[in-house]
Design a protein around this ligand. Structure first.
Ligand code: PMP
Length: 356
């Protein structure tokens, strides 16, 4: 049994996957009377009366070519959130095998584990939001899956590469590296190193830099054996026809993505300077993402005030290492200006509190 198969749940290893109508025939020409679709068409003139390609072959080929890898190393899901859930379901026997998360981090890792009744080991990041390697390695017993988010949400920073290497070299479960925000970072994706680590899964998404959160497309890059396992248990048509069409179209405009990233980075820089000038702000943490983690004197009060003014940010103040912190997405110039003006106004109205 391979080192990957050894990590897989027995029932998944034994599973005979659902075979869908379109598995029996490849090609778009023919008379299709196999899948109980509406042969007459659709109420909308959008060409979606047929089930989509369950294997997303065209899209995977394009993505693989752009990313410098091969289609067998690509899995596409209904957002990265689907990938997170599938990985847990492939590897973790409920109530027995564990998932390790490194808080403060993206909340769905825990939610997906909880839904699957899989125990979660929490190993908080250090005060500088880096990996606490000693504590990680002290707690890996029964851990099948370890989630590292880099750049990390909500702290915004990249995780040091040599620490990620140390984890990959010494942990014998699967390591998920969530690169949702990598387009905004000065660092490099780990994708070129994928072939060196059989137990590495890299997740990326179209929801951030590509500006397609509404389309719902997440990607996982991994060893073909891991990709096969995810494919085996996914819903047959997990990526809709409209998602496949729109993403294929979007991939023709990488320059537009780059241009938006440049604008977001320029705004991020400006927003950092403005926020640092406010008396109510204690710390603006360095960011390699499209958001900022900001420590205030009284985050909850600021959050409520902003909400009253219909400016919605994310309150992270109850999260470990984030007390009095709000997470603020970089907006458009006008939105950021309104945010700063509103915070200045708050500061003026709460002069007493802000001087304490
Ligand atoms: N990973 C991280 C770190 C995220 O912050 C998010 C969304 N906020 C996701 C994954 C989910 O991405 P998707 O929209 O592809 O499900």
């Amino acid at each position: 049994m391979s080192d990957i198969q050894r990590l897989v749940r027995d029932n998944i290893r034994r599973l005979k996957p659902y075979s869908c109508a379109r598995d029996e025939y490849r090609g778009s020409r023919g008379i299709f009377l196999d899948a109980n679709e509406n042969s007459f068409g659709s109420v909308l003139d959008v060409g979606l009366n047929r089930y989509p390609d369950p294997h997303q072959l065209e899209l995977k080929a394009r993505i693989a070519a752009i990313r410098g890898t091969t289609p067998e190393r690509v899995f596409l899901g209904n957002g990265s959130d689907e990938v997170i859930d599938l990985l847990i379901r492939v590897l973790c026997e409920p109530q027995r095998d564990k998932v390790m998360i490194l808080p403060p981090t993206y909340g769905m890792y825990r939610v997906a584990a909880d839904v699957n009744d899989v125990p979660v080991v929490e190993t908080p990041l250090t005060a500088g939001f880096q990996l606490d390697l000693d504590k990680i390695f002290a707690q890996t017993e029964d851990v099948k899956l370890l989630f590292i988010c880099s750049p990390n949400n909500p702290s915004g920073n990249l995780i040091r590469e040599k620490d990620i290497s140390t984890v990959l070299d010494n942990f014998d479960g699967v390591v998920v590296l969530d690169e949702a925000y990598m387009d905004f970072a000065p660092g490099q994706s780990w994708l070129p190193r994928l072939n060196q680590y059989r137990q590495l899964v890299i997740m990326q998404t179209f929801s951030k830099a590509w500006g397609l959160a509404g389309v719902r497309l997440g990607m996982a890059f991994a060893d073909p054996e891991i990709i096969e396992l995810l494919t085996k248990i996914k819903y047959p048509y997990n990526v809709s026809g409209s998602t496949q069409q729109l993403t294929l179209e979007a991939l023709s405009y990488p320059d537009k993505k780059e241009e938006m990233v440049r604008r977001i980075l320029a705004e991020r820089k400006r927003l950092i300077t403005e926020l640092k000038g406010l008396t109510i702000v204690r710390t603006v943490y360095p960011s390699d993402a499209n958001f900022l983690l900001v420590k205030f004197r009284d985050a909850r009060q600021v959050f409520e005030y902003l909400r009253e003014k219909q400016i919605v940010v994310r309150d992270r103040s109850t999260v470990i290492r984030c007390d009095n912190c709000l997470r603020i997405t970089v907006g458009k110039p006008k939105e950021n200006m309104t945010l700063i003006k509103t915070l200045e106004k708050f500061s003026g109205e709460h002069a007493e509190t802000s001087e304490k």
